[in-house]
Design a protein around this ligand. Structure first.
Ligand code: BTN
Length: 236
C-alpha cells in the first residue's frame, strides 16, 4: 500500500493545502498531517480552532457509493479505531465526533470532506487531545471536549496517529449498508427528539436513522422527513 505522507510542523490548514496541491499528486494517495494549524477550516464555513495538542490531518480517498455516505463511513472508522484504544466516542449527524463526560456530551472532533473528482474525496479530520487547554467561554454550539492526553506521550504522534487511522480506514472500507448500520449504533441521538437547522429552515422530529444517501431521517406526526444538511441539536 503506497502512500505519500507529507508532514508539516505548522501549516495554515491541511485541508486547504491538499485542496491546492492534490492535482500535483495524481495517481498517488496523499496524507498531510501537522502538529499545528494556524487557520483550520470547519464545516459550514466555520473555523476549526486548535486548543493545545490536537490531531489534524487530511488525506485523499476513493469515495464509496453513494459518495455522500463516505463522511459517515469515516465517522464509524474513527469511533472503532479509538474504541480499540479503550476510548469510547459517539457520533452526531452528520460529521461530529463526541465524548461523554460526566453525563455531558462534548465535541472532541469533526470530519470535513471536499469533493475533488469522482475518484477523489479529500477527507479532513481534527481531534482535540488536550483537556487542559479547552476554552471555558460559551459561544460554542457544543462544548469542546478532548481525548485523553496519554496519547500525546508518544513521540511524533501528530504524524503517527494520522497514519495509523488512515491505514485502519483503508483496510476496513464499508459499503453503504454496513455504514448505515454501524453509524446508527454509534449515534448519540438515535430515537431522540432533535432539530436540524439549515439556514432559516428548521426540521424537528425523532431521529430514526440514516437514509440511503446518508441523510437524517426525522419522524414527526407519523411522517418521515429527510434532511440533507444543517446543524443538529438534541432536544431531550
Ligand atoms: C467540523 O467543523 O466539525 C469539521 C472540522 C474538521 C477539521 C479538520 S482539522 C484537519 C483538516 N484541516 C482543516 O483545516 N480542517 C480539517
Amino acid at each position: 500500500m503506497g502512500i505519500k505522507h507529507i508532514k508539516f510542523e505548522e501549516i495554515d490548514s491541511t485541508q486547504s493545502w491538499l485542496k491546492e496541491n492534490v492535482s500535483n499528486h495524481l495517481g498517488e494517495d496523499v496524507l498531510v498531517s501537522t502538529r499545528h494549524q494556524t487557520s483550520g477550516v470547519g464545516r459550514l464555513g466555520n473555523n476549526w480552532s486548535q486548543f493545545g495538542s490536537s490531531i489534524a490531518f487530511t488525506f485523499s480517498l476513493k469515495p464509496t457509493d453513494p459518495i455522500t455516505m463516505t463522511p459517515l463511513e469515516i465517522g464509524v472508522h474513527i469511533v472503532n479505531f479509538f474504541n480499540e484504544l479503550n476510548i469510547d466516542l459517539l457520533l452526531k449527524w452528520p460529521n461530529d465526533i463526541l465524548i461523554k463526560e460526566d453525563d455531558c456530551l462534548k465535541k472532541v472532533g469533526g470530519i470535513l470532506c471536499h469533493y475533488h473528482d469522482k475518484e477523489t474525496l479529500l477527507v479532513g479530520i481534527g481531534i482535540n487531545l488536550d483537556q487542559k487547554s479547552l476554552p471555558n467561554e460559551s459561544g460554542f454550539k457544543f462544548s469542546p471536549g478532548a481525548l485523553s492526553t496519554s496519547l500525546v506521550e508518544k513521540n511524533n504522534f501528530y504524524h503517527d496517529i494520522p497514519l495509523s487511522i488512515y491505514e485502519y480506514i483503508l483496510t476496513r472500507r464499508l459499503n453503504s449498508v454496513s455504514t448505515k448500520d454501524e453509524w446508527s449504533k454509534h449515534s448519540c441521538h438515535l430515537n431522540k427528539n432533535i432539530k436540524i437547522v439549515d439556514g432559516s429552515k428548521e426540521t424537528q422530529g425523532l431521529f430514526s436513522g440514516l437514509g440511503e444517501n446518508g441523510e437524517a431521517l426525522l419522524t414527526h406526526e407519523g411522517r418521515t422527513h429527510k434532511v440533507i444538511s444543517g446543524s443538529l441539536w438534541i432536544l431531550d
